[in-house]
Unconditional design. Structure first.
Lengths: 189, 236
């Protein structure tokens, strides 16, 4: 496997903000991709990042990034999974907002909007991790409608919309839906 | 002084202005209805605070909790500032401090309802308020005979229009056939919806005079940055 970071960075720099991109990655490339997105792109450009976590709790991702010595000061989480596992706590930190269930798609949009408002003068990247996990909890038609609303909202803010999807784990109808909602689908080799 | 026909009164609540055609009818009386815990009081508070931040003074009249309790129980709102209360841009009052308290057979008489209206008028004048919230109407109207309640609401509607003060009546309950709905210039319904076992707080604009308002159902969230809404997904 090639280093994914240069591929991620060149695509993002080439496309610029308000262009939705799906990064189709292997499980092995997961943390390398996150490092590229958060450390080498967001932190370097001074962007704030809204990380919508559906696969792993926000605390796990944050700990992993910190252990890689990646700055997380400008990272905000919409955690859609911890509430369902009763692991969330309002006192956890003020960088995380919780959605009670990954089926409550509208609240993902609202929590993201809330974080946009909290950082009104900042520039953002929004990462959705991952399309596969959301598809496991939601019907494709619902997911399609949600993605359209989410993408429209992110683009209208001039933010960078990035979707993560796991290679080889996608149902055909979810792949078709991604073709419709994403401006670019990039399979990282 | 009359208001120009069709004039809108911008609420300052971005999401609400967007779905009610730019704002409430200026000088109008809007009913915000919903069951317990649906966010009516916060809606009313945000309406007043957004106004005060824009230099429009407001009066909040409570028919249940005393002003001190209301303030101490209010959630932390990042857009609010205690100075709005201290400077008199926002005034909290209790209905028990209005009128004489006179009752006949346990009911508010026509004369007493008139006295309450006069005191509301004085409160508006005193503050030079362009916004008013009456939270909630139910405890007050339940003490009135139907015809007195109707007359009270019509007098309040006229008063708001004459004073160019745009008011919100908060009404407890989900029914839309009560008196305040009949005489209101706009109705916003807050409530809950259940989808696949998940509970959603929802908002609908049922009526808004003189505006091509949205008829969609919105999921809402009351946050420290203010009320946020997004269209409820249909999935078809």
């Amino acid at each position: 496997m090639e280093d994914v970071a240069p591929q991620v960075l060149s695509r993002l720099n080439e496309l610029g903000p308000a262009v939705s991109i799906d990064l189709n990655i292997s499980v092995e490339a997961y943390f390398d991709t996150l490092t590229a997105l958060i450390d080498r792109f967001c932190n370097k450009k001074g962007l704030s990042c809204i990380y919508i976590s559906v696969t792993m709790p926000a605390s796990t991702i944050r700990s992993a990034l910190q252990s890689l010595e990646i700055g997380v000061d400008k990272l905000r989480f919409v955690d859609c999974i911890s509430f369902a596992t009763m692991e969330s706590s309002a006192a956890d930190d003020d960088h995380t907002v919780f959605v009670e269930s990954p089926t409550m798609l509208e609240y993902i949009v609202l929590k993201m909007e809330y974080l946009f408002r909290k950082g009104k003068d900042q520039e953002f990247m929004v990462i959705l991790d991952s399309v596969n996990s959301l598809a496991a909890h939601n019907e494709v038609r619902m997911l399609y409608e949600f993605m359209q609303v989410l993408m429209a909202s992110v683009k209208s803010r001039g933010a960078y919309p990035v979707l993560l999807s796991m290679e080889g784990q996608m149902k055909p109808e979810v792949s078709e839906m991604l073709q419709l909602v994403c401006d670019q689908i990039v399979t990282l080799k | 002084m009359a208001t120009a026909p069709g004039a809108r009164f911008c609420t300052g609540m971005e999401c609400i202005d967007r779905i009610v055609g730019g704002g409430f009818p200026a000088g109008g009386m809007i009913t915000v209805s919903g069951p317990c815990g649906s966010g009516k009081t916060l809606f009313g508070m945000e309406y007043l605070i957004r106004g005060a931040l824009a230099g429009q003074k407001g009066v909040y009249i409570s028919t249940s909790h005393r002003p001190e309790k209301l303030r101490s129980f209010a959630p932390k709102l990042d857009y609010a500032d205690d100075k709005l209360f201290e400077s008199g841009k926002l005034v909290l009052k209790h209905i028990d401090d209005m009128g004489s308290g006179e009752r006949a057979d346990g009911k508010i008489t026509k004369a007493e309802s008139g006295a309450i209206i006069e005191d509301i008028a004085s409160a508006i004048d005193e503050v030079k308020a362009s916004r008013l919230v009456l939270d909630a109407t139910n405890p007050l109207l339940i003490e009135m005979e139907g015809w007195v309640a109707r007359s009270f609401l019509l007098s309040l509607s006229n008063l708001l229009f004459e004073k160019r003060c745009t008011g919100i009546l908060i009404s407890e309950g989900e029914s839309l056939d009560s008196l305040e709905h009949a005489v209101s210039d706009g109705i916003v319904l807050l409530g809950t919806a259940v989808r696949r076992g998940d509970n959603y707080r929802v908002l609908e604009v049922i009526k808004m005079s003189g505006a091509a308002h949205s008829r969609a159902k919105y999921v809402m969230d009351m946050t420290s940055e203010g009320m946020l809404i997004t269209p409820m997904l249909r999935g078809f």
